[in-house]
Design a protein around this ligand. Sequence first.
Ligand code: AMP
Length: 491
Amino acid sequence: MSNNQITFASLSLAQPLMDAIADAGYTTPTPVQAQAIPLVLAGGDLLAGAQTGTGKTAGFTLPILQLLTAKPAAEPRPGRPRCLILVPTRELAAQVEESVQTYGKYLTLKSMVMFGGVNINPQMKALRGQVDILVATPGRLLDHVGQKTLDLSGVEILVLDEADRMLDMGFIRDIKKILALLPKQRQTLLFSATFSDEIKTLSDGLLHNPGYVEVARRNSTVELITQSVHLVPQRLKSHLLAHLIKHNDWKQVLVFTRTKHGANRLTEKLIADGIPAAAIHGNKSQPARTKALAQFKDGSLPVLVATDIAARGLDIDQLPHVVNFELPNVPEDYVHRIGRTGRAGSSGAAISLVDKEEFQFLRDIERLIKREIPKESVDSFVPPTHIAEEAPRPPRQAHGQRRNNGPHTTGNRQQVPREGQGQKPRSAQQREQRPRNPQQRDQQPRNGQYSAKPRPPQKTVEQQHLSEAARHQAMPQPALFSPKPSVRRVR
Ligand code: AMP
């Protein structure tokens, strides 16, 4: 049977699951569901190449619920889950557990979510009762193991969700510790958006004769997403973004920044401009993150500014606009970011604001997605005449340098990075911490002031970007702004 002939009914799912699927409004299984559900129901290990937005969560949750229901626990005990789902971020943990509840609503299985950044006591209390399915981030899970509040000896099914991101975030050491605590005899499912060498090594050591599923990656299924680039100097980006939001009356925009600090700064500027916005990143408290995300999802907050880590795995229904305030260093992250829109058949727009310093990143992204992203001008935008000069940004690493980030090897438990808390792909971490490069030191704020060094006369925004574009042959660009007399010389 080809994928598009497969129905939920043909997947032999139990009636309580079929009812929950109907309640969720799903009519046909997505490709990853059509392929993964039979393999998981058959009891085998699985290696799946699928990312958020493909319906992968139901792809593993539905058959797991069925398997656990069909076979009662051998030794039911409080705080002894039968299924462990490991995920990289708190947001994803909450989202996956919500899916477990949604699909398992007519079953008696109990699920629990566990992540750091929140009081551990309610989790301890929950572990004193029945927990069949545990969705957890690695750090907090190990805390519970250390406190002997969690018993992993009864795990029959292990899921590593977004495994590539867990490795990127330096979780391999924690994952290995967790694996050592699990029964050898179990079913293991590994989901990853990409298949790096590290993922292959991990899956080789972990999976036995796995079934293999790979669904079209976002970078080959982005037809529904309108992508565009606006060439704009860094210092004008917040003004342009505010203009785009107001001028086009955007109601729901997810904006990606490179750094947590940048996310905060942008949020403040947008708010000052009368646009309600909130930032989510690892330095924000979990309640603040949860609140911002809830408001953004329910439509009461139009702009959410996020770093890659915080936004990873976010599933927001029919998100219309994603803005890359800065391009990511790692081209795959672009694909992950724009995958937040154009979900489940809905169309979406991904807009990137690109400074000339980012041309190389843009070229690398275009090579990855095998298409050129149209460069569009914003004729309606007239940059302000006076713009406060911003502190220079820390230097960026070249594309692809995030990989091979080993975990800390100090043996000091405290230094093991934790989910979403100051723990990012190493390149991002270094970017935020590293001293700025010598060329930029002149422009560094001193005692709160900017250097008053005289500067050579500057070109207009348009001239600067056009001449830069001309130097980059692969990038013949339209000017950002219409060549109106109103385009002012900006410093
Ligand atoms: P996921 O990739 O698991 O994060 O799922 C992405 C989105 O697709 C979620 O909002 C799901 O509710 C939705 N979804 C999952 N399966 C289906 C389906 N078979 N039909 C329609 N939507 C689905």
